[in-house]
Design a protein around this ligand. Structure first.
Ligand SMILES: Cc1cc2nc3c(=O)[nH]c(=O)nc-3n(C[C@H](O)[C@H](O)[C@H](O)COP(=O)(O)OP(=O)(O)OC[C@H]3O[C@@H](n4cnc5c(N)ncnc54)[C@H](O)[C@@H]3O)c2cc1C
Length: 181
């Protein structure tokens, strides 16, 4: 949906243990030594740092990640509406961008980072659903499922871990499709 060549698609190989970060880092450095640095190759390094952050975060918080309240003291939203959740899973919400992303997820097992943020934010902030259902659905669907990354992102979009996201907050997505940061 957002261009297959816009990112590396390393994630299924990394999360399933078929490829190591050290290998990518070493190849990246070799590439840059030969061809010089550019924005794209620097960006790959930067994205891998995010992955490191989540892996170490999971290591530090370990079982706390799975507690009802996550690592903070704020209790999560616990509301659940079966029909809304089904519509979210099946790409049948009032939001075309969310629907397109959820359809891509069910057909391919992959969506971009931006699409993940949009649909996860929609789940909690627009549909008022407990983030844990969203995290569980991603776990079922994603080819690159990684507990350290997936769970924290879903929780953070509901203010459980790292503060409320700006995605969708108090605004209809149709007004803000491209303003997410
Ligand atoms: C709600 C939500 C759930 C997510 N769940 C997962 C998951 O289960 N497994 C997973 O691997 N990633 C997850 N991500 C992070 C990110 O969306 C994917 O890693 C990325 O889209 C994978 O595509 P790529 O390999 O082409 O990434 P590239 O942009 O090419 O990045 C290269 C590598 O860096 C790492 N990376 C990139 N972006 C991020 C990021 N934002 N946070 C952490 N690491 C990153 C990944 O290992 C990725 O393979 C999630 C993000 C959100 C918002």
């Amino acid at each position: 949906m957002d261009g297959w060549d816009n990112s590396t698609k390393f994630s299924p190989w990394l999360s399933n243990g078929c490829l190591s970060v050290r290998q990518i880092y070493s190849d990246l450095k070799a590439y840059q030594a030969k061809n010089g640095r550019n924005e794209s190759s620097d960006w790959i390094f930067f994205e891998l740092l995010w992955r490191e952050f989540f892996q170490w975060n999971a290591y530090i918080h370990s079982a706390q990640l799975f507690r009802f309240r996550g690592v903070k003291s704020t209790p999560p939203l616990t509301s659940f509406y079966a029909e809304r959740f089904q519509k979210w899973c099946k790409g049948n919400t009032p939001f075309p961008l969310v629907n397109a992303s959820m359809n891509q997820l069910s057909r391919t097992g992959y969506i971009s980072n931006r699409a993940r943020q949009i649909v996860a934010s929609c789940l909690v902030n627009e549909l008022d659903l407990d983030w844990r259902y969203g995290a569980a659905y991603f776990e079922q669907q994603l080819l690159d499922y990684d507990v350290a990354v997936n769970r924290v992102y879903h929780a953070s979009l509901e203010e459980t871990h790292y503060g409320k996201s700006y995605l969708f907050r108090g605004q209809r997505p149709s007004h803000r499709f491209m303003l997410f940061t």
